[in-house]
Design a protein. Sequence first.
Length: 274
Amino acid sequence: MAVEMAATEYGVQSLTQAEIERFLQAEESAGLRDTSIKRYRSDLLKLQEYLGPEGDICHNTLKAWQSDMSSKGYAARTIRARVATVNRYLAFHNRMELCQEPLFQKIEPEARLTQAEYRRLLQTAKVQGKKREELLLRLLAETGFPLQSIEQITVETVRLAEIPLEGKRHTGTICLPKPLRHALLRYIESQQILEGPVFVTHKGKPMSRANITHELQKVARAAGIPQEKGSPRCLQKLCQVKPYRAVAEERADAEPAALHTAPSSRKARKPAFR
């Protein structure tokens, strides 16, 4: 009943394809650049996808959408930009009461993950026995791997040591550092993964961006680190700050050393890692 009363008080604004195009045409006539028009269209279509075919923008829509994007690991800057686009769309329709934020709000700097915090994340994952999460942490921090291509981390590509990237924003290949590749191969062997994606849910389905973000933030909370610092984006930025080889040398565990000093009784298993 309270939700219905709120909807009645504030009303709703539809988000049809025709209305989106009418808004964009008005912006284009006002002199907006083609790149901005393209971004506005993309932002509005993202909200349309979230709402569903019959969805309307109501009083709490932008708040809920913002929370949904945050839970899926989108950067604060991206979320704010998308909300600003929708606010502009609402202003065009004279529905300012449905706006979530001012049109031009200052963007606060994003959280930064330090090397010490990264080592703590690794150590926490290791102590908790979360090998999958530990490897995800390393993959993101040591290579900056884009989550859009996470399904390309397969048994076959890990054995080749080169991961192809698929997507509009990322192309080419990423070469796995040797210690990380060996750790992935050990994980594949221990989990008895014969083929296909390496990072899967407990039900055997490939992990989504939201799955990965949720699990890494759980590790961050357990490590006593703000959960926003456990996001894939923060880990990827760590790779940009310091080359992955240097990061790998500072890892909390000692798997690379163990790999090179393994007892002779394990040599028979080594071909499985090639």
